[in-house]
Design a binder for this molecule. Structure first.
Ligand code: 5GP
Length: 194
């Protein structure tokens, strides 16, 4: 997605060869117009898949799941990272190891909201090591739901996430694929013209 790539170049900050800060428009301050266009794009890419639910993880995936589910006309669910006191019902859960924080946490989704009738699209801000998204795919598998695919806003293609998901046979659509980056510049894997 050209507009997204241009925005990453303009407002993103490469903190190291592996960490990109996009707090100006995506991870802290949020550009709602761009967010809605991203949701529209995911809806177009997965059109015809009869998606019934969009699933993400709190917090940085929520606005993209919202925009995508709005475009598709279906609900979205965000997996919770901490068991809230209000989450009293039975849950599907999976461990996720965060390489950036060097800790393992549990993500969970209430059993009430996912079932074997569901056709699920996962949406998230970044595809990096893939740990978070693999955790979500395990939850969807436990629920017996059908995973239609994964929509990642930014993919760091030099990390192992795409490979892990592809091995599991998951369709991945990323709107900006970063081949490499450094404070001097960001190189994208260019999309094929439609
Ligand atoms: P994973 O390594 O499991 O694919 O990524 C987990 C989460 O870490 C992503 O959803 C994203 O929120 C965060 N993350 C990973 N790499 C980056 C990065 O380079 N920049 C930012 N801002 N967040 C990242």
């Amino acid at each position: 997605m050209k507009e997204l790539q241009e925005r990453i170049v303009q407002d993103g900050k490469v903190l190291s060869a592996s960490v990109l800060k996009v707090d100006a428009f995506l991870n802290h301050q949020v550009d709602p117009q761009l967010t809605m266009k991203i949701g529209q794009r995911f809806a177009e890419l997965f059109a015809g898949e009869k998606i019934t639910k969009v699933v993400t993880i709190e917090a940085s995936g929520i606005h993209f799941a919202m925009a995508t589910s709005f475009a598709l006309g279906v609900p979205f669910i965000y997996a919770k990272k901490k068991k809230a006191v209000t989450l009293t019902e039975e849950v599907y859960s999976a461990p996720v190891h965060s390489f950036t924080r060097q800790e393992t946490y549990q993500i969970s989704v209430s059993r009430q909201y996912l079932s074997k009738e569901d056709r699920v699209l996962i949406v998230d801000d970044f595809l990096a090591t893939g740990a978070a998204l693999v955790g979500l795919t395990n939850i969807i598998k436990d629920a017996g739901a059908h995973l239609v695919g994964v929509g990642a806003v930014i993919e760091k293609s030099f990390q192992e996430g795409r490979g892990l998901l592809e091995q599991a046979g998951v369709r991945i659509e990323s709107l900006a694929r970063i081949e490499s980056m450094s404070p001097e510049g960001i190189h994208f894997i260019q999309e094929e013209p439609a």
